[in-house]
Design a protein around this ligand. Sequence first.
Ligand code: ZN
Length: 97
Amino acid sequence: MGDTGWARIHQGHGLDLDMLRADLIREHGDALPGQELRIRELHFGYAPRVMWCGQYGTPCELQGEWHGHWYEVQPSSDSAVTVAEWQQVPQETAVNA
Ligand SMILES: [Zn+2]
């Protein structure tokens, strides 16, 4: 999910950055040159088995197959998630050396 196509989703907010980075490296490999860790604290619900996830909002690339789908919800105490992913650093900030 997300613009980069691949992210790790953890329950809770205020998580340890080293843990998030280590988890991302373990599950997805280390950052490529020019990428950095991007952390977003959001509120998601999870549908463990859904075929047409467009009914939850924006459909993902798995729409039409049975899959587990995350979707954004109104904030509540048990919907807090942290999304961790590698993100390409914009050129403007990367050449500021
Ligand atoms: Zn989906």
